[in-house]
Design a protein around this ligand. Structure first.
Ligand code: GDP
Ligand code: MG
Length: 293
């Protein structure tokens, strides 16, 4: 008897979502065989272990005002909540206050799926404070995505919430989507690290080509910004900025896929892409018809 289903991840920026994902599916990602695919998916990872398969969904922008690309991202995130078999709400245990998911995300009603709250970064909280938290939130899990504490128990809890079901994907399938998704996210993350305040919110990244049949692996990434002035900032004087961003992103992607890559990085202007349905859908953000303005 196997179990399988959708685990939807929700968490504020910096809660440790990426760290947790890497811990959960890291080894598998490195053996992925990327194939070209055009649109971004909500699936960010598939974890198959023994007789359980978890399909991990992301919720971009749900608790992150910076990346709230208005209706498109919210719609994707809401659907990921609606489709979930279990929702994993990751909370930074070092943060002073706790807000329920329904309140934090402004959900119209309590989701159908059970919500498991996991306090991450338990390694950074004193035993006394940890105890207080445990008393306040008796149903919560306490983990450290960084050192692995509590992960086995958390996986067991998630498993219990999944329905009995045949696997939804082949056992060793981790579709290429995730690698492209992560590659795009790593380019975006590096750009955000290295750019000043006003540009980042206008940055979107598209992986146009991902050729694993070449050595090094060839990746062409296009960074979209909304204005010419942002493009100039991105390139920097004499191209120094884009070179630095490219170098940083390359190192991260190499660490992720475990082989050397050639990152062909471009920057293009897509005017007002955040407000243009055709541009949004091209970048993989699907705006439901009935929510278009
Ligand atoms: P995300 O924005 O939710 O994806 O968060 P990240 O995974 O990028 O993590 C944000 C920061 O918290 C990074 O500096 C991580 O190294 C750190 N971090 C994540 N998980 C843990 C943890 O369990 N313990 C500690 N001490 N740091 C963590
Ligand atoms: Mg992250």
């Amino acid at each position: 008897m196997t179990r399988a289903g959708i685990v939807t991840l929700v968490g504020k920026p910096n809660a440790g979502k990426s760290t947790l994902l890497n811990r959960l599916i890291g080894q598998k990602l490195s053996i992925v065989s990327p194939k070209p695919q055009s649109t971004r998916d909500r699936v960010v990872g598939i974890l198959t272990r023994d007789d359980v398969q978890m399909v991990l969904f992301d919720t971009p922008g749900l608790l992150d005002p910076h990346y709230d690309l208005q209706r498109a991202m919210r719609a994707v995130s809401r659907t990921a909540i609606d489709d979930a078999d279990v929702i994993l709400h990751l909370v930074d245990a070092t943060e002073p206050s706790f807000e329920s998911l329904v309140a934090a995300a402004g959900l119209p009603n309590q989701p159908r799926a059970p919500i498991i709250t996991a306090f991450n970064k338990a390694d950074r909280v004193s035993p006394a404070n940890l105890n207080t938290l445990r008393n306040e939130q008796p149903g919560a899990s306490f983990i450290s995505a960084a050192n692995g504490d509590g992960i086995v128990k958390l996986l067991a809890r998630l498993t219990e919430s999944l329905p009995e079901s045949p696997f939804l994907y082949p056992e060793d399938d981790v579709s290429t989507q995730q690698v492209r998704y992560f590659a795009a996210e790593l380019v975006r993350e590096t750009a955000l690290e290295q750019l000043d305040d006003e540009v980042p919110y206008s940055v979107a990244v598209e992986i146009e080509e991902f050729r694993e049949d070449r050595t090094p692996v060839y990746i062409r990434a296009v960074v979209y910004v909304e204005r010419e002035s942002q493009k100039r900032i991105f390139i920097g004087s004499g191209g120094t900025k884009i070179r630095d961003i490219g170098r940083g992103a390359r190192a991260k992607i190499e660490a992720l896929i475990g082989s050397s890559i050639y990152l062909d990085l471009w920057v293009k202007v897509l005017p007002n892409w955040r407000k243009t349905p055709s541009a949004l859908s091209r970048l993989g953000y699907h705006v439901p018809q009935d929510q278009r303005r």
